[in-house]
Design a protein around this ligand. Structure first.
Ligand SMILES: [Fe+2]
Length: 182
């Protein structure tokens, strides 16, 4: 287990007195047109911060709120403003090509797994190159590239069209952040 996984494991197995939501490294409008300011305001400001607020207030299910906070703190800082082709590079590209041949093949495989999720959850590329799913919220120690697959992540911008949300989200993945996880 490397240092990053160890840090995640410590986070996962401890119950801190207080949780914090990681600040966004971009403005609310920065991810448009892929993800609107309205979605950021609803998803980040209201829902993501809500997990920490509820946990800190002792409300609701502590494990659920703890994991929701953990996953959203992975998800939002891993996004960036859309720019050009935004293809992966470095270690994450090597991982993708070693497991899926090409980035295009990886995206097809990812979509297949994500579309099979019933109900709310998450889909991610693990640090060992597998595409994995998370029902609802759970802390995982092997996340490399994480996609929020709850309806609240896409409904305002894409209505029912989850596939379109996924096709577009690759334009705003910050691959530098993913590379830091490898
Ligand atoms: Fe979410």
């Amino acid at each position: 287990m490397d240092i990053r996984e160890t840090i995640d494991l410590v986070e996962a197995t401890t119950r801190p007195a207080k949780l914090e939501t990681t600040p966004l490294p971009y403005t609310h409008k920065a991810l448009e047109p892929v993800m609107s300011a309205e979605t950021i305001e609803y998803h980040y400001e209201h829902l993501a911060k809500g997990y920490a607020k509820k946990y800190n207030a002792g409300e609701g299910n502590a494990n659920f709120n703890r994991a929701g906070n953990f996953l959203h703190n992975k998800f939002f800082p891993q996004l960036r403003a859309p720019k050009g082709a935004n293809r992966p590079r470095g270690a994450v590209l090597e991982l993708i090509e070693s497991k899926f041949k090409t980035y295009e093949d990886f995206k097809i495989a990812f979509k297949e797994v994500a579309m099979a999720i019933q109900g709310s959850g998450w889909c991610y590329l693990s640090t060992s190159g597998q595409i994995k799913t998370i029902p609802n919220h759970q802390v995982r120690t092997d996340i490399c590239v994480l996609v929020d697959w709850w309806e609240h992540a896409f409904a305002l911008d894409y209505e029912w069209d989850k596939e379109k949300y996924l096709d577009n989200i690759w334009k705003i993945i910050n691959w530098d952040v993913c590379n830091e996880r490898l």
